[in-house]
Ligand binder design. Structure first.
Ligand SMILES: *[C@@H]1O[C@H](CO)[C@@H](O)[C@H](O)[C@H]1NC(C)=O
Ligand SMILES: *[C@@H]1O[C@H](CO)[C@@H](O)[C@H](O)[C@H]1NC(C)=O
Ligand SMILES: *[C@@H]1O[C@H](CO)[C@@H](O)[C@H](O)[C@H]1NC(C)=O
Ligand SMILES: *[C@@H]1O[C@H](CO)[C@@H](O)[C@H](O)[C@H]1NC(C)=O
Length: 523
């Protein structure tokens, strides 16, 4: 990487040429000509051929957003638009007559964008694909010396390489205000990321306000009034995400990582023992009580109803067996069940029952890799989330998971909460998710990945600059063709894209020395 840093020193921000991030599958931009987009004249409109039209809120609202993104800054209307009428509207045509649903894992996001002398046309099969095309269009518009926006003749044919392109936020270690989550969703849409993995609760705090079990956040949040996500907050997040073509997958991690569930749910956690007496501290969820499963059935019924996505993340990582081992009732149960001293079997016993509960709500689930590693019997449509960096190369785990026939999600090399001095986006960018030993069938089981932003050292003060533009490196790896890996080209476009993010009010940190025409101005 050292020699590379030398090369990159000389590539400073240029600004003018429109770059697109993530790189489309096919993009051809004419190097001359181009016409002006005038705030006074330009509009987005539905083509006559479109199966959706005015009243389709996903697109109506996207038109307003992208209009504002284009023209609210750097607006210069002192000059009336020149005579190229063709550039006065972008026509949008969607094939599938559906607006009010939610995107899913199977949603096609492909689109085509043509800017010619005759017209500007965006076509897509779904409204979700049209959203991706609007983003590309907004990035292709470039600023002229006089401050107006122009767009060159362009052809784009685009679709994602992987259908699941996620970002994990952890709202338990530190509470993230609603606004920070909504802004993250905005920036995700700019990067064409489409899954918000909401690691909403964990050991330190339980900010999810449950309708059925209000004591969970009342007693488990950092503060029961200021550090919670109310029913209405959660709805706001889901709708804000939907309007940007982003799915929300909540994670309620059990049986470990559940300390914060304890105060609001007496009896749920395992009492730890020292010898024959309880120590007063608690371990993972108690897997031997019927009450535990009765609680989980009610709780996940609520979660299934609140979150519309087909998938729920059930966690299942890093279960600490020491408390289970210390507890005499659990030891007795282990004997009765013939588990011997194999506490992974007890964990499997718990997870299997939990999965049966959740399946009954016609949902499927994502689990962290330990659940697979521990041999839990899984439904075939389970997604295995590969995260361990140090338990042997993650490529081996990807090979094992897919060899067993399960679909895999990759996060191990994409823990963006880890930082280091210099251009650490490069390592993230150079990951190739399919670079593991395996057949074509195995590779086809990799449905994408997620950038993770764990919250031990992250709260609202540093979330955004730590995320952006670094998460963009993951976004491009998951969207663009496998062959898009030229680091100098990526650097140029990412520097440019970071300036776009600043112009849009996102505090994206710099990649290296340089400046943007529109710097971030909070002061
Ligand atoms: C668009 O056209 C202008 C000239 O009008 C040119 O300077 C610019 O490089 C072109 N953009 C791209 C991406 O080729
Ligand atoms: C706006 O456009 C006019 C005419 O092209 C130009 O004279 C003026 O300098 C521009 N203003 C800015 C702020 O770029
Ligand atoms: C737990 O439920 C099972 C099956 O429903 C039942 O056989 C068992 O007696 C119950 N145990 C207790 C302690 O209630
Ligand atoms: C990716 O790019 C390569 C080389 O340009 C091309 O052969 C391949 O068809 C592309 N893949 C897709 C899915 O378009």
């Amino acid at each position: 990487m050292a020699e590379l840093r030398g090369v990159l020193v000389f590539l400073l921000s240029v600004g003018a040429a429109a770059a697109v991030w993530p790189q489309p599958q096919f993009l051809s931009v004419a190097t001359e000509g181009g016409c002006r987009l005038s705030a006074r004249r330009f509009r987005f409109a539905y083509a006559d051929s479109s199966a959706v039209g005015p009243g389709c809120d996903v697109l109506d609202q996207a038109f307003r957003r992208y209009w504002a993104l284009l023209f609210s800054v750097a607006r210069n209307d002192s000059e009336t638009a020149r005579s190229e009428d063709a550039c006065s509207e972008l026509l949008v045509s969607v094939t599938k007559p559906e607006c009010d649903g939610y995107p899913s894992l199977d949603t096609p996001e492909n689109y085509k964008l043509t800017v010619s002398d005759e017209q500007m046309l965006l076509t897509a099969y779904t409204v979700w694909g049209a959203l991706r095309g609007l983003e590309t269009f907004s990035q292709l518009a470039w600023r002229n010396d006089d401050g107006t926006f122009c767009i060159n003749k362009t052809d784009v044919v685009d679709f994602p390489r992987f259908p699941h392109r996620g970002l994990l936020l952890d709202t338990s270690r530190h509470y993230l205000p609603l606004k920070a989550i909504l802004e993250t969703l905005d920036a995700m849409a700019y990067n064409k990321l489409n899954v918000f993995h909401w690691h909403i609760v964990d050991d330190p705090s339980f900010p999810y306000e449950s309708i059925m079990f209000p004591d969970l956040s009342w007693k488990g949040a950092y503060h029961p009034a200021t550090h919670v996500y109310t029913v209405s907050d959660v709805k706001t997040v889901i709708e804000h995400a939907r309007l940007r073509g982003i799915r929300v997958i909540p994670e309620f991690d059990t049986p470990g990582h559940t300390q914060s569930w304890g105060p609001g749910t007496p009896g749920l956690l395992t009492p730890c023992y020292a010898g024959l007496s309880p120590t007063g501290s608690y371990g993972p969820v108690n897997p031997i009580l019927n009450a535990t499963y009765q609680f989980m059935a009610k709780f996940f019924a609520e979660v299934s109803a609140v979150f519309p996505d087909f998938y729920i993340h059930l966690g299942g990582d890093e279960v600490d067996f020491s408390c289970w081992k210390s507890n005499p009732e659990i030891q007795t149960f282990m004997q009765k069940m013939g588990f011997g001293q194999d506490y992974a079997k007890l964990e499997s016993f718990y997870i299997q029952r939990l999965m049966d509960i959740v399946s009954a709500y016609v949902k499927s689930y994502v689990v962290w890799q330990e659940v697979f590693d521990n041999g839990v019997k899984l439904k075939p449509d389970t997604l295995i989330h590969v995260w361990k960096e140090n338990a042997g190369p993650y490529q081996e785990e990807m090979a094992c998971v897919t060899k067993a026939g399960y679909r895999a999600l990759l996060s191990a090399p994409w823990y963006l909460n880890h930082i280091s001095y210099g251009q650490d986006w490069l390592a993230v960018y150079q990951v190739e998710p399919l670079a593991f030993e395996g057949s074509a069938e195995q590779k086809a089981l990799v449905i994408g990945g997620e950038a993770c932003m764990w919250g031990e050292y992250v709260d609202v003060t540093n979330l955004t600059p730590r995320l952006w533009p670094r998460a963009g490196a993951v976004a491009e790896r998951l969207w663009s063709n496998q062959t898009v890996r030229n680091l100098e080209d990526a650097y140029m476009r990412l520097v440019d894209f970071r300036c776009v993010l600043l112009r849009r009010g996102i505090r994206a940190e710099p990649l290296f020395t340089g400046y943007c025409d529109y710097e971030y101005t909070a002061f």
